[in-house]
Design a protein around this ligand. Structure first.
Ligand SMILES: [Zn+2]
Length: 172
């Protein structure tokens, strides 16, 4: 059974605690639908440290790679992870809701006495996954690109091929 660390949010942040480890990707079921393989693990570290405005915060870093499926050719696609999320702690959801919406502002998270590190990790991984992952140099795209200018000839060849087949059919 995997050890599942739980932290006291404000205590962890204010005491500048640190935690790190390795977590198998198969243990993040919410990622399942976007993965082509869950046979890997991610390294993570969690550190209690104030944000740039001196508010209690958690710094979550994740390193590793996810095996996604390319939306164009459906082949596996390695998606490297280098996450550094700064999660500013709030005492309640109401406190977060009361904040003016800052598009470029920090991420807020409701702190509790028992925050599941697994949940923090899974949330950040889900945010990191692209909506429609594609290979930068996709084999399917390369084929489509090469085929487009040649298509008139390909069609002609196809027509000739059809006639030939029909002719042979009549002869036999
Ligand atoms: Zn592809």
């Amino acid at each position: 059974m995997l050890h599942r660390p739980v932290i006291d949010g404000f205590d962890f942040a204010l005491s500048r605690a640190r935690l790190s480890g390795v977590w198998p990707i198969e243990d993040f079921p919410r990622l399942g639908p976007v993965l082509s393989s869950d046979a890997r693990a991610v390294e993570y570290s969690l550190e209690g440290m104030p944000d740039t405005q001196d508010r209690p915060a958690l710094h979550l870093r994740i390193r590793g790679a996810l095996q996604l499926g390319c939306q164009r050719c459906l082949a596996p696609l390695e998606f490297p992870l280098r996450i550094h999320a700064v999660l500013v702690l709030a005492r309640s959801q109401a406190e977060i809701d009361a904040l003016a919406v800052e598009a470029e502002g920090p991420d807020w998270v409701v702190a509790s006495k028992a925050m599941e590190v697994h949940e923090l990790l899974e949330d950040e991984l889900l945010l990191a996954v692209p909506y429609a992952p594609r290979h930068e140099h996709c084999a399917a795209q390369a084929r489509a690109g090469a085929g487009a200018p040649a298509s008139p000839f390909a069609n002609l060849r196809g027509l000739l091929g059809t006639r030939e087949t029909q002719a042979r059919g009549k002869r036999s």
